[in-house]
Design a protein around this ligand. Structure first.
Ligand SMILES: [Zn+2]
Ligand SMILES: [Zn+2]
Length: 461
């Protein structure tokens, strides 16, 4: 059974839990669809031709799992998988490790001042994008974390590229994380990988290292002294041919998982595609490396510039700004930032944070003094936001905290929709307000949350 059905003809998701299936705009939707399904059944039409697919777990796994509908005596509406193997997909509960990762992502992001939530459905036209854990970063950046662990099955998730592309197209930067070497080498998205760890270790605050998927780009001139073979050369890596141009070579780098979460949200670690002579690789680099790579692609006759003071200039661009008018400032600071300046002597060295730097990343360690913050926007100079916005945000927050208090799956599902609706309302109001007042939407949203959540809520556990 599943509660989310994808109607292939109408191209909408149906949530069987609420009476209106999540579509108040279509009255009697359930009756219509159920009657149709019964008629098909009576006429012997195969389930695979009845327009209904599992729109939840199976669809996320990239599987077209056909379903039929069933109405229980107690009035409960159900969709049933045609094939038992598809049903099986739902039986596997989310592992403790997976949950621990979700919590870790939320906590790490929260410590950096980035709000987020797990199991988020983002409406996209008539369908949804389901995201394991969605983090809201700076400048409207949204990072969609998908965690795929050893328990997920040997052949791994299907349609990763399609799912990642759909997320990207709709403004969500996909971030897939695994503990399996085989997934990490697929390059169908920017996979990151940690060691296979038990849930209690993942949940702890100590170092959790990302051992693949993040790289530093080494920029070099292709001359006689070069260490690497010319990527355009036809030799077998003997480096005989030298073209005199400049190239980039990615080198594996460790990064702390928490820093990865925060820096992707801050936009200081970004996904790239990298083409070698034979294949396309996908991994994460610092935004500085990405910019230099772009520069190299435009003109490889010169070494891409290392901009002086780049880190500070860039930092101010992405930094969630300090707002003197708001009493609580700790959560507005990008806790990840100190780690980025670790390689001061050499800008090619990306974040290689030590345990010590990550310790300084706790919000309390970050003062927020300068009001001369260069990236200040009009929003932060203005102390008041409309009471209506504040009320909407309060309502959304309370829906969300109700969700946390529920244990029953059905209730949670219902409540999640409630919360989602309320959050969408806030988002819409914020967007409108920001637009009307020529403000940055992200800044307004961030500030609104600060106002409502003072004293600061602890990051989601
Ligand atoms: Zn299914
Ligand atoms: Zn060359």
């Amino acid at each position: 059974m599943a509660n989310i059905v994808w109607h292939t003809k109408f191209r909408i998701h149906l949530d069987l839990t609420p009476d209106d299936l999540g579509h108040p705009e279509f009255p009697d939707l359930w009756e219509t669809i159920y009657r149709m399904d019964r008629m098909y059944a009576a006429r012997g039409v195969p389930v695979s031709e009845r327009d209904l697919q599992c729109g939840g777990v199976c669809r996320q796994a990239g599987v077209e799992a056909w379903m039929h509908l069933r109405l229980r005596i107690n009035g409960r509406r159900e969709a049933v998988h045609e094939k038992a193997e598809d049903e099986q997909r739902h039986v596997l509960p989310m592992s403790d490790e997976h949950k621990a990762y979700q919590q870790r992502i939320l906590r790490a992001a929260g410590e950096g001042g980035f709000p987020g939530d797990s199991e988020v459905r983002t409406r996209v036209g008539r369908s949804w994008i389901q995201t394991d854990t969605l983090i809201e970063g700076t400048d409207g950046r949204r990072i969609g974390w998908e965690v795929q662990l050893s328990s997920a099955g040997a052949e791994g998730p299907r349609s990763v590229r399609a799912r990642a592309a759909k997320a990207e197209k709709n403004g969500i930067t996909p971030a897939w994380h695994t503990d399996r070497a085989d997934y990490a080498q697929r390059h169908d998205t920017q996979w990151t990988r940690s060691n296979n760890l038990p849930a209690h270790v993942i949940a702890k605050t100590g170092d959790l290292r990302v051992i693949s998927g993040f790289r530093a780009l080494d920029f070099w001139r292709c001359d006689i002294r070069a260490l690497y073979p010319c990527p355009h050369g036809n030799g077998n890596g003997n480096g005989v041919r030298r073209c005199g141009k400049h190239h980039a070579t990615p080198k594996p780098r460790d990064v702390l998982f928490d820093d990865l979460v925060r820096q992707t949200a801050a936009g200081t670690i970004v996904p790239v595609q990298f083409h070698t002579a034979t294949k396309r690789q996908r991994f994460w680099v610092t935004s500085q490396d990405r910019d230099r790579l772009d520069e190299l692609h435009n003109d490889d006759s010169q070494m891409p510039a290392v901009q002086q003071g780049e880190s500070s200039g860039r930092a101010s661009h992405n930094r969630p700004t300090c707002r003197p008018s708001v009493t609580i400032t700790a959560s507005t600071l990008p806790a990840s930032r100190p780690a980025m300046s670790g390689g001061t002597h050499h800008t090619l060295v990306p974040a290689q944070p030590t345990a010590a730097t990550s310790e300084t990343n706790t919000p309390s360690a970050a003062p927020c003094a300068e009001s001369s913050e260069p990236s200040s926007t009009p929003a932060q100079k203005d102390t008041g936001l409309p009471a209506e916005l504040v009320a909407l945000q309060r309502a959304a927050d309370s829906e969300r905290s109700r969700l946390e208090s529920l244990d029953d799956n059905e209730e949670r599902r219902r409540q999640r929709l409630e919360w989602y609706e309320a959050a969408a309302e806030v988002q819409e109001a914020v967007t409108q307000y920001a637009h009307d007042n020529h403000l940055n939407r992200f800044d307004v949203g961030q500030r609104l949350r600060q106002i409502v959540r003072t004293p600061p809520t602890t990051p989601q556990a």
